[in-house]
Design a protein around this ligand. Structure first.
Ligand code: ADP
Ligand code: MG
Length: 317
């Protein structure tokens, strides 16, 4: 199977409008960007053994490679539209490629994004996706923008993915149903696209949680030299009560790979956000408040405020 038949067999599909004038097969794709919209551009690479365990299925790898990029567009309040796929594989294994392609096309269809090009090379397994999206002019929600007194909120249950990884590596043993749910969260994260778009109306700042809540929170805070007080009970409420409190809290604060949205809203918007929040959206939980003094503190109700350590996933330390 040579490079070109591989592309045709697994990746080229008739394109479907969505602003694509020319898709896979030429020197570049040609895309019509809607007037009045800003173009959002993001890239993420997944490397075998770094971003996923080597035994991960082709379907889970494909899903995650696209999902992490979708999550970045979601975190701007944008709508994803087009992506390219730079695929480096050790061999043209047709079963692997077929599973990989099916999973990429499945999530692409679900998120209404079109594969418009890419590159195919031989080497150690690595997947780079560049995703393009749009947002109405100047409406993208940035990391910078929180104000002291804003409420800090998250979608879903950050922490589950890292518990899933701990189950896979044998670092922890959980009830089998909980373990399966956590591994599913790790391998098949659901990018919060509709939620991010809805939050455009409310959020003063937003980021997706890829490296851990505390670490990604520090990016929001650093942008404006702010601090935060986290509510321990709210954090504990996010993850199944059968899991020990310490483990739950640790996973929620420091676990990466969840791709939930972390955002701030003015306190005056809280009631309206909750009442307008759609039933099919991931739930949102208020987990703390932004303060004007830097540093992150944990409030547990019955004792003093405790400083929260900075810790999370970093590549170069
Ligand atoms: P070029 O030499 O001009 O870079 P390539 O031979 O690398 O073109 O690719 C041929 C066409 O197939 C291009 O349109 C490219 O975007 C597309 N393509 C290559 N690999 C992939 C892939 N893995 N997924 C989707 N499209 C791909
Ligand atoms: Mg090329």
């Amino acid at each position: 199977l040579d490079e070109f038949s591989l592309i045709n067999k697994f990746f080229a599909r008739p394109h479907d409008g969505n602003g694509v004038s020319l898709g896979i097969g030429d020197d570049t794709a040609i895309i019509q960007v809607p007037p009045g919209e800003d173009l959002l551009v993001t890239t993420d690479t997944l490397v075998s053994g770094v971003h996923f365990p080597e035994a991960t299925s082709a379907a889970a790898i494909a899903h995650k490679a696209l999902a992490v990029n979708l999550s970045d567009i979601a975190a701007m309040g944008g709508i994803p539209h087009w992506f390219t796929l730079a695929l480096t594989v050790p061999a043209a294994d047709e079963n692997w490629l077929s599973d990989f392609a099916a999973a990429i096309h499945r999530l692409a269809d679900q998120a209404a994004v079109s594969l418009v090009g890419g590159d195919t090379t031989r080497g150690d397994l690595s997947i780079t996706i560049t995703l393009l999206g749009t947002v109405p002019r100047d409406r993208g929600v940035k990391r910078r923008g929180a104000e002291p007194g804003d409420l800090l909120m998250v979608t879903g249950s950050p922490g589950l993915a890292s518990l899933g990884l701990d189950c896979i590596t044998g670092n922890t043993v959980l009830d089998s149903a909980i373990s399966a749910a956590c591994v599913d969260k790790l391998e098949y994260p659901e990018p919060r696209i509709a939620e991010g778009r809805a939050l455009r109306e409310y959020a003063t700042s937003m980021i997706d949680i890829s490296d851990g809540l505390v670490q990604d929170l520090s990016h929001l805070l650093e942008a404006d030299k702010l601090g935060a007080i986290l509510d321990k009970n709210a954090l504990l409420s996010l993850v199944d009560r059968q899991i020990a409190e310490d483990q739950r809290l640790d996973a929620t604060l420091y676990g990466g790979d969840d791709y939930e949205l972390l955002f701030t809203v003015p306190a005056t918007h809280y009631t309206k956000l909750n009442s307008s929040w759609k039933k099919d959206f991931a739930p949102v939980t208020r987990i703390g408040e932004i303060t004007s003094t830097d540093g992150v503190l944990l409030a547990s109700g019955d004792s003093d405020l405790v400083p929260v350590n900075q810790r999370g996933y970093r590549h170069f330390i």
